[in-house]
Design a protein around this ligand. Structure first.
Ligand code: NAD
Length: 491
C-alpha cells in the first residue's frame, strides 16, 4: 500500500519502454531507505499489459540490433563502462539509499558492474564461431545467433550489479532485454537505462518493467520471450524455473544459499578471523556468497576468540549497513531467539541494535552463535542477515558431511595451511564455487558465477564464459563450394 506523503525524495518511478520513461496509472508500492526506515519513493506494480508493451518495443528493435555486427554492438558497452566509472559516486549513493549498504560496499558493487561490462566488450574475441573442412571441399561452421527477446529478473541485494550480470552479455550478444528489478530497490534500474541510452544503445533494445509477482508471471508466460534469467530466493527460483520452462523457454534461475566455511586448527588466526567476519557481515550478510555456517574443526577456539573481537569492534552504521526491511530484521531476530532457546550460545549479539540518529533504520548488528547443531533451523535455512553460526566438527570429513547435507550449494570455503586438506574440500564440497583461504569465493571475469543444487536451476552459469551458451543459440552450417569435391554420403 502506498503512503500518502506528497513530498518524497524521488518522484514516482516509471517504467522504461522504447527508450522513454512512461507514465501509467498503476497501483504503487512504497520504497524505503532502510537506514532511516522512511519512504523515499513509490514504484508502480505493473502487470501483463506492461510486459506486453515492453515486448512490443523489443520486437521492433530486435531485427536491426540482432543484425548489427557484434564488434559494433560492444562499442555501446565500452562507452557504458566509462559512464559507470564516471558516475560511480552517484550510482553508489543510489545503491546505498535504496538498499542500505555502506558507501564502500556500494562503490564495490558499481565497480563490479564495470568489470562485468568489460567482459562483455571481449565477447567478439571469445564468442566467435568455428569452422573446419570436415571432408574434401565440405566445410562445417558454427555461428552464434541471439536468442531473441529475453528477460532478467533481479533480487534486492545488488540493485546495480545483478542487473549487470545479464545486461551487458545478453545485449552484446544481440538480444533485446526486459529487466524486472526488485520492487524493493527500483531506483538504480532507471539510471542504468539512462546510461545505456547515453552510451548509444538504440531505443527498444532495453526495457525496464517494475513490479512484483505479476510481472514475473507475465514474463514467464509471454510467448514472445525466449529466455529468462532469474536471481533470488530458492522458493521463487523454483516457481520461475517451472513456469518459464513449462511455456518452453530456456531458463536459468539462481536461488538462495547457505554457505559453509570450514576452519581448520592450522589456519592463520588473523587472516581467517578477519576474513570470516568480513564474509558474514559484508552487505549486512545479504549476499548469496556470505559465510553463514562456520564448521570449526577441532581446536579452533583461538580463532573464534579473534572473530568475536573483530565483530565487537565493528561500528554499526559505519562498518555495517541495515538489512532491507523491518520484516527481514524480525525474521533474523526470530532465528537468533530460536537458536538461543534451543541451547546455542550467542557470543556476539546483534539483536536490538540501534544507530544514533537512525533509530527507525532496520539495523541488526553482527551476530556470532556457537554450539549450534546441524538440526537447528538457523543451521539449515537461509537467514540472510549478519549472522554466523558455529558448528563444531571433529575433522574435515565430519565438516564436509554437514556441508554436503545442505540442499543449497552456492559457495564453500576452507581455511587451512594444508594443501591436502584444501584439495579434499575443493573436490568434495557440494558447491559450485569453492574457496581456499577466501571468505567470499566469487569468481572474477572471465570465470563464471553459478552454484549447484538448489542454488541454481538450469544449465550453465550466469556470468562470464558460462553465460555465452545461455544468451545465444548456435547454428551448424555445412557448405560445399568446391565442385571438384567428390560425391560422398554427405552430398
Ligand atoms: P526474492 O526471491 O524474494 O525476489 C526475487 C525476485 O522475484 C524479485 O524481483 C521479486 O519481485 C520476484 N518475486 C518475489 N516473489 C515472487 C513470486 N511469488 N512469484 C514470482 N516472482 C516473485 O529474493 P530477494 O529477497 O529479492 O533476494 C534475496 C534472495 O536472493 C536470497 O535468497 C539470496 O540468496 C538470493 N540471491 C541469490 C544469488 C545467487 O547468485 N544465487 C544472488 C543474489 C541473491
Amino acid at each position: 500500500m502506498a503512503t500518502q506523503l506528497l513530498q518524497l525524495k524521488y518522484p514516482e518511478i516509471r517504467n522504461y519502454l522504447g527508450g522513454s520513461f512512461v507514465d501509467a496509472h498503476l497501483p504503487l508500492l512504497d520504497v524505503y531507505d532502510p537506514s532511516l526506515g522512511s519512504v523515499i519513493s513509490r514504484v508502480p506494480l505493473s502487470g501483463a499489459e506492461e510486459v506486453d508493451a515492453a515486448v512490443g518495443h523489443a520486437a521492433k528493435a530486435l531485427p536491426a540490433w540482432s543484425h548489427t555486427p557484434i564488434k559494433e554492438r560492444v562499442q555501446v558497452f565500452y562507452r557504458y563502462k566509462t559512464l559507470l566509472e564516471r558516475h560511480i559516486d552517484e550510482l553508489a549513493a543510489l545503491v546505498t539509499e535504496e538498499n542500505g549498504k555502506i558507501a564502500s560496499e556500494a562503490r564495490a558493487e558499481v565497480l563490479k558492474s564495470a568489470e562485468l561490462t568489460e567482459f562483455a566488450c571481449s565477447l567478439p574475441q571469445i564468442a566467435s564461431g568455428e569452422v573446419l573442412e570436415v571432408s574434401r571441399g565440405v566445410e562445417c561452421r558454427i555461428e552464434r545467433f541471439p536468442v531473441g527477446i529475453v528477460a532478467s529478473i533481479a533480487p534486492f541485494n545488488f540493485p546495480n550489479m545483478v542487473p549487470n550480470w545479464s545486461i551487458p552479455n545478453a545485449i552484446a550478444l544481440g538480444n533485446c532485454m526486459i529487466l524486472k528489478p526488485s520492487e524493493l530497490v527500483p531506483l538504480s534500474a532507471g539510471r542504468i537505462a539512462e546510461l545505456l541510452k547515453e552510451a548509444g544503445l538504440p531505443d527498444g533494445v532495453f526495457q525496464v518493467v517494475h513490479g512484483g509477482r505479476d510481472v514475473v508471471e507475465a514474463i514467464c508466460d509471454h510467448p514472445k520471450i525466449a529466455a529468462v534469467s532469474f536471481v533470488g530466493s530458492t522458493k521463487v527460483a523454483k516457481i520461475v524455473y517451472r513456469r518459464a520452462t513449462s511455456s518452453l523457454k530456456r531458463c536459468l534461475a539462481l536461488g538462495g544459499a547457505k554457505n559453509h566455511l570450514i576452519v581448520m586448527p592450522d589456519a592463520d588466526p588473523e587472516m581467517t578471523s578477519s576474513n570470516v567476519v568480513a564474509s558474514m557481515s559484508g552487505c549486512a550478510g545479504q549476499r548469496c556468497m556470505a559465510a553463514s555456517v562456520m564448521m570449526a574443526v577441532a581446536k579452533t577456539d583461538h580463532i573464534i576468540e579473534r572473530m568475536v573481537d573483530h565483530a565487537k569492534r565493528m561500528t554499526l552504521g559505519h562498518d555495517l549497513g541495515p538489512v532491507i526491511s523491518a520484516e527481514s530484521k524480525a525474521r533474523i531476530t526470530r532465528y537468533i531467539n530460536e537458536a538461543e532457546a534451543a541451547g546455542a550460545k550467542v557470543l556476539v549479539d546483534g539483536r536490538n541494535a540501534r544507530v544514533a540518529g537512525r533509530e527507525d533504520g532496520f539495523y541488526v548488528g553482527p551476530t556470532i552463535i556457537d554450539h549450534v547443531t546441524p538440526d537447528m533451523a538457523i543451521a539449515k535455512e537461509e537467514v540472510f542477515g549478519p549472522v554466523l553460526v558455529i558448528i563444531r566438527a571433529k575433522d574435515v570429513d565430519d565438516a564436509l558431511r554437514v556441508e554436503n547435507a545442505s540442499p543449497y550449494g552456492n559457495a564453500a570455503s576452507v581455511f587451512t595451511e594444508s594443501g591436502g586438506v584444501a584439495r579434499r574440500v575443493m573436490e568434495n564440497a557440494s558447491a559450485g564455487m569453492v574457496g581456499v583461504n577466501v571468505g567470499v569465493p566469487v569468481p572474477r571475469e572471465p570465470f563464471s558465477f553459478g552454484g549447484w543444487n538448489e542454488s541454481r536451476f538450469g544449465v550453465g552459469d550466469i556470468t562470464g564464459r558460462g553465460s555465452i551458451e545461455f544468451w545465444t543459440q548456435s547454428k551448424k552450417m555445412t557448405t560445399k563450394w568446391n565442385r571438384e569435391a567428390g560425391t560422398n554420403w554427405m552430398s
